[in-house]
Design a protein. Sequence first.
Length: 472
Amino acid sequence: MGSTDVNRRDLIKRAAAAGLIAAPALGALSACASGGGDNDSKVAKGEKTKDNPLGVNKDAELDFVIFDGGFGTQYGKDAAKIYEKNYGKVKLTATQKIRSLLQPRMVGGNPPDLVDNSGAEEMDAASLIDKGQLTELSPLLDAPSVDDPGTPVRDTLLPGTIEMGQYGDEKVWRLNYAYTVYGQWYSKKLLADNGWEYPRTWDEMLALCAKAKKKGIAGWTYAGQHPYYIPFTLYPFIGKIGGPEVIRSIDNLEPNAWKHDAVKSAFEAYHELAAKGYILKGTPGLDHIQSQTQWTKGKCLFIPNGSWVENEAADTTPADFDMAVGPVTGLDDSDKMPFGTLWAQAGEPFIVPAQAKNPAGAMEFLRIMLSKQSAQNFSRLVKSLSCVAGATDRMEMSPGLASANQALKDAGDNVLNPRIFDWYPTLHREQIGSVVAELMAGRMKPAEAMDKCQEYADKTAKDDSVKKYKHA
């Protein structure tokens, strides 16, 4: 934890200040607790040169914690090999328990230099930023790119990447590396073998599910134990029906945002899947891996997911599965946005803690990851797009990756970018997630679900301990 004589009271105070535990846990402790640690020394800075634009100390070790999830860790290991050719050793730690592993280190003032802050246990970035626990990344974005020293890193990134690291101003606090396409994932082969077309309207969706049910195939499954997966299709469905302004009003915690007609229509449509028995039996008890496995076994047609699923489900996916992502099925011709509308944005966030000993090394590591060589390697290994523009040009792609790439091109400007999930993670994951879980399980009616979502959003809006953000 950085110091062996840190007592429990100090740890609680620091954890609260770092945004790692909820404020009520403080009890009678002082509200002016500091997030500072006992060991906040930095390594000596290196000389800035053409080949070392960030001034990395070439003798200093880099402490890197990577999330071992759907993307695996090999891409990080490969970038580490490149880093070590010019700089110090990389100590790489892989884990699925980001918060459990790092909370003691963040509290103790001895964090890693670079963190892949992802997964079910990702730390609340908004709270960390608010408490001054992260390093601002403008030096990285303004540095010359690896591939073209005349072009700064920021100009090599796909649209929306920088914005995903911003929280209310122009400062950038995290670098989201993967460019994720969310949608209804399916097997092209399963549809083709049965002569079925991908549904463009909800009537077509229900008709397709009815046909599949007669053959013993469910229409949908999802990660019932992690219901925040359901919004991967629900949010863009709402946006497609009512337009991007509905998503912005939800993100902005506006009064009655969850009472919009578009929300009502979307909730009623999803509730109908449960009412008609089109959801795979037992889905509410499945985790993300189990639900994906049922899907790759051909037990159901669709699963709401992100483009990491091709890599994460690789072990259970038949060679001829022909995995693909489709844009969300719309309601009807009254939709405000066209068929092809997607939720796509930069994900897999990397952060540099404020008390990191080697922040220059951490940013140099990210600069290497943002080279086309590393970005192509990432896409080749994990079958997902990176945030580096043009990295997949002329590259042979797997079925799911090619599908995601094409869906993004087809969407054009019709790309939605909800922020509720990272601006207000507790609201999104625990509260909205619990409501849509009840809705999809058929245990809650649409009107009640709308009221409950609005109630949770209103409570968040009125909670002075939660920093608020607004779309420009």
